[in-house]
Write a protein that binds this ligand. Structure first.
Ligand code: PEP
Length: 250
């Protein structure tokens, strides 16, 4: 059985005062029936990890460099994230692929570095609206899976987040059949590529405008093992009902 995962991506949002939201989450979910991961900006990882020291909420980064150390001004390595208290890192988010020209090859190198440092790599992939309209969604996912996921992946150190680009931050979501088609496809590809324990054990999250009012329906789709949540993860009052919906589906 795969343990469900609710992951929050704060993106470039959050100052020290925002840790109050994390504290509220800790209070609201003292003994969660699902895994919870919060990925604040790098500046807050250390403090966030301290907030959750006595609680199963995990803290993650939003990106890392592919190398362990060196002359890369402004970058953060996987080892540094781990050292700050992170247990995971989001990689290949469409905003990084778009804003920073990250290719799937780059994402694979970063994921390998993350896994080597003992972090769980949450690798994002998804199609643009033009690609969906051209009926290329599954081809795009197949290519992103083949190139972004390292061979070093296990059920513990890899999570895949299917995030249609057109659904991120727009309030639009694919319907249940569309989500199910892609998640089934990802599962089949994983099973074909990896040993059964890995192929069946890797969690596949859906991401893109998950809110308290649509979470329940999304979590009922087979092969949806949780969600990667952006905007609605910033406030405990929004993220908490999403976590509760996931617990109900578990
Ligand atoms: C995201 O950034 O990963 C995301 C899914 O954002 P939102 O939930 O705001 O659409």
């Amino acid at each position: 059985m795969r343990r469900k995962l609710a992951a929050g991506n704060w993106k470039m949002n959050g100052l020290t005062a925002s840790l109050g939201e994390l504290r509220s989450l800790v209070t609201a979910h003292p003994d969660p029936m699902v895994d919870i991961l919060v990925c604040p900006p790098a500046t807050l990882i250390s403090q966030a990890a301290q907030c959750c020291a006595e609680h199963p909420i995990g803290i993650g980064g939003q990106d890392c460099h592919a190398e362990r150390a060196g002359a890369h001004t402004g970058d953060v390595s996987a080892e540094m994230l781990k050292d700050s208290g992170a247990c995971a890192v989001i990689l290949g988010h469409s905003e990084r692929r778009g804003d920073h020209g990250e290719t799937s090859d780059t994402v694979r190198a970063k994921a390998r570095a993350a896994q080597a440092a003992g972090l769980m790599a949450v690798i994002c992939m998804g199609e643009s609206l033009a690609q969906r309209d051209a009926a290329n969604t599954l081809d795009i996912i197949a290519a992103q899976m083949a190139l972004s996921i390292p061979d070093s992946s296990t059920a513990e150190n890899l999570v895949i987040a299917y995030e249609p680009i057109w659904a991120i931050g727009t309030g639009l979501t694919p319907d249940a059949a569309q989500i199910g088609e892609v998640h089934d496809f990802i599962r089949t590809r994983l099973e074909r590529r990896f040993d059964p324990g890995v192929g069946r054990g890797v969690r596949i999250l859906y991401g893109g405008s998950v809110k308290p009012d649509n979470a329940d329906a999304i979590f009922r789709v087979p092969n949806v093992d949780g969600a990667l949540v952006g905007g609605a993860s910033l406030k405990a009052g929004d993220f908490s009902p999403i976590i509760a919906a996931l617990e109900s589906s578990a």
